[in-house]
Design a protein around this ligand. Structure first.
Ligand code: 8YV
Length: 320
């Protein structure tokens, strides 16, 4: 097994080492040498949202049978190549849905109610010196969701409990949900107070939030991104925030992680998180168990636990 990402969880590494011969790519100094010696022996790749299996890697591994990703997102895996080569791909859906949706709501509250700024206000002793300014109510705000898949739906359900009217954009309208459909992201942004990115990253959803969308959201609007950094045109987001054309943002993912545009550091209407949507002990353990379970199923010729079914499913903005 070749792990292409930094070890995402100690338990996962420990279990992989127990069951397989594990090679950790980040610890290998001479990668060319490693591939020339071990290329034929690698039958599985374990990656995550930062490093998966791109075409270049897959081409170096003639006996690769399975890519088991410690993530629901599949944007770091060349799925077309895997399909062409007959390589199986698995991910970690469902187990992280609640955490990511919880975090999206947390970001909405944090941005509107200025939770991080308030915390800094208390810690710095400023409270003793004066009054704290008022914030913005969350209950009842119009929430617009890009991508009404598992995570988008879980966010919608939670926001409903805050009496938020929900609307959404997806490739196609859903017939079985009570939420208003907008056929364009710009139209969705113009008709909501909080716009949430919750779709899969594909060619068609890259920069789905661009200048036009940010301007439609407007100086009172808030952007929440718990999807992927490249969903948003980051320089345009920074410009909109710095120029006051956007009301605020809660961001868990960035275009070039772990690098975050420093212009954002001084803005109090922005909450910045280090890609922690699924980052709880409970969920990361469940994700690790799925990675292990899928590998085990594959090597025992049993049905995979969470196979990535078809390329059509993957390119839809309904996933994850
Ligand atoms: C993880 C993620 O942060 O599931 C995804 O797509 O982005 C996250 O759950 C990541 O894979 C952690 O290693």
């Amino acid at each position: 097994v070749l792990m292409t990402c930094l070890p995402p969880h100690p338990y996962l590494v420990e279990q992989l080492e127990k069951r397989f011969t594990l090679h950790k790519l980040h610890l290998i100094p001479d990668k060319a040498q490693f591939f020339s010696t071990h290329r034929a022996a690698i039958r599985a790749v374990v990656g995550n949202s930062t490093a998966g299996a791109d075409a270049e890697l897959i081409d170096q591994l003639p006996n690769l049978e399975i890519v088991s990703s410690f993530s629901v997102g599949l944007d770091k895996i060349d799925l077309a190549k895997c399909k062409e080569r007959g390589i199986r791909v698995t991910n970690t859906p469902d187990v992280l849905t609640d955490d990511v949706a919880d975090l999206a709501i947390g970001l909405m509250l944090a941005v509107l109610r200025r939770l991080c700024e308030s915390d800094r206000y208390v810690r710095s002793g400023l409270w003793k010196k004066g009054d704290y300014k008022l914030t913005t109510k969350f209950t009842g705000k119009r929430v617009g969701i890009i991508g009404l898949g598992r995570i988008g739906m879980a966010i919608a359900k939670r926001a409903e409990a805050f009496n938020c009217p929900i609307s959404y954009f997806a490739r196609t309208e859903k017939t079985d949900v009570p939420y208003k459909y907008h056929p364009s992201v710009t139209e969705l942004a113009a008709n909501c107070d909080i716009l949430v990115v919750a779709c899969a990253l594909t060619q068609e959803t890259r920069h789905i939030v661009n200048r036009e969308v940010l301007d439609a959201l407007g100086p009172k609007g808030v952007l929440i991104n718990i999807g992927r950094g490249p969903h948003v045109d980051e320089p345009e987001l920074v410009a909109a925030l710095v120029e006051g054309r956007l009301g605020g943002a809660g961001i868990d993912v960035f275009e070039n992680e772990p690098h975050v545009p420093e212009e954002l550091f001084g803005l109090e209407n922005v909450v910045l998180l280090p890609h922690v949507g699924s980052g709880t002990e409970e969920t990361r353990k469940e994700m690790a168990d799925l990675v292990l379970g899928n590998l085990e199923a594959h090597f025992l010729n049993k049905p995979l636990l969470t196979p990535v079914v078809s390329l059509d499913d993957l390119s839809s903005v309904h996933a994850p």
